[in-house]
Design a protein around this ligand. Structure first.
Ligand SMILES: NC(=O)c1ccc[n+]([C@@H]2O[C@H](COP(=O)([O-])OP(=O)(O)OC[C@H]3O[C@@H](n4cnc5c(N)ncnc54)[C@H](O)[C@@H]3O)[C@@H](O)[C@H]2O)c1
Length: 144
């Protein structure tokens, strides 16, 4: 549950590489109604540097970000093979997720995440898969 729906959504970012840093800077500086309060990356220096830039805390693990009481929603921008397990951990605590594509590296792992969300009965996962809106991809699909 948000700390106050009329106030700022406090985001935790897991994976502060290329796209995770872009999301964090955007959420911290450009998007109204959001702030980034916690970050994690196995490259601790990178996470710490970003945390200082945006006045967030660098936490010791992905799970610490997911469970942090100050984190309302999570951005997962870690490597592909971690997406499913980290998304499942977010579902386990009922937090909304912006999950970078791919949902999972295998069909069965993707199905596991879908099944967990359906069992929860709430749509908490948004997949960052923008190609479906890319005019070139849409034209290609329509021509198939
Ligand atoms: N939707 C899009 O347009 C889009 C664009 C770029 C990347 N992506 C996706 O985002 C993800 C990240 O891509 P990237 O280009 O930022 O890669 P990147 O290699 O720049 O960043 C990945 C980061 O994850 C960190 N990491 C490694 N193990 C980790 C762990 N156990 N927990 C947390 N972080 C860990 C790495 O240290 C690195 O900083 C990929 O899954 C990629 O497919 C999506």
């Amino acid at each position: 549950m948000l700390h106050n729906a009329a106030m700022t959504i406090r985001v935790g970012v897991i994976g502060t590489g290329n796209i995770g840093t872009a999301h964090a800077l955007s959420l911290a500086r450009e998007v109204s109604g959001s702030s980034v309060v916690a970050v994690f990356d196995v490259a601790a220096d990178r996470a710490q540097g970003l945390a200082i830039d945006i006045d967030a805390r660098a936490l010791p693990s992905a799970q610490a970000v997911i469970e942090d009481d100050d984190v309302d929603a999570v951005v997962i921008a870690s490597p592909d093979d971690l997406h499913a397990e980290q998304a499942l951990a977010c579902l386990a605590v009922g937090k909304p997720v912006m999950l970078e594509k791919p949902l999972a590296p295998t069909l069965s792992a993707a199905q596991q995440v879908l099944d967990a969300e359906v069992a929860l009965g709430r749509r908490l996962i948004m997949l960052g898969f923008m190609r479906r809106f890319d005019p070139g991809y849409v034209a290609l699909k329509n021509s198939a």
